[in-house]
Design a protein around this ligand. Sequence first.
Ligand SMILES: C[S@@+](CC[C@H](N)C(=O)[O-])C[C@H]1O[C@@H](n2cnc3c(N)ncnc32)[C@H](O)[C@@H]1O
Length: 214
Amino acid sequence: MKEYWNNRFIHEGHIWGRQPSKTVIDAKRIFALNSVKTVLVPGAGYGRNTKILSDTFQVDAIEISSEAVLLGRQWDTGSHFIEGSIFDLSFNNKRYDAIYCYDLIHLFTKSERMRLIKTCIQQLNEGGIYYFTCFSNEDESFGVGKEVEYNTFEYKKGKISHFFDEDDLINHFSETEIKEIGEVEEVFEYSNDVSRTYKLRYIYGRSNSNTSKV
Ligand SMILES: C[S@@+](CC[C@H](N)C(=O)[O-])C[C@H]1O[C@@H](n2cnc3c(N)ncnc32)[C@H](O)[C@@H]1O
């Protein structure tokens, strides 16, 4: 995983451009409404989506790729980039008011996804807010490659992607207080002038059922 991402960041740099996702703008609005001060961003890449958060909140960005961390520290000087895996948060005993996690959870098998979500939710303060995005089963890549688990496809050797339908996404977060789920389209212009529209789903909620302004 680490080698794959390092190679991509070495050869493609700011792979998905420099404009933040509309989901992070939405997440920022929700975080501000709820007086959030600290945010954890797992799988932060080169900081495309952390930069807009770190001008307002204290952001810790966890990223497995050393190359992405180098790019991130240049692009978003406001976030604190930590090189490491989200599955090994033993080095990080901090708790956060919120988590924003863009397009990370679909990269794993079911048991890994459940572990990732549990690990993230455990990093939240009581009543903390989470906002995740992931691939939708409505995306054009759905069904490409060998199905290795339910709705999870190996689309290139050793590289899998899970595609979430609405119920599946709800089930993954069933131990939390879900506030909203929805669909969003993202258009990326790649460096070779190719553009691609991705269909994503998002979910946000709280780590428990405390009173909320969300
Ligand atoms: C699809 S990219 C999304 C990038 C980023 N979230 C954004 O908003 O641009 C997935 C990112 O997760 C990172 N990643 C993959 N597995 C990870 C892990 N176990 N722990 C931390 N980061 C991971 C990859 O290096 C890559 O930067």
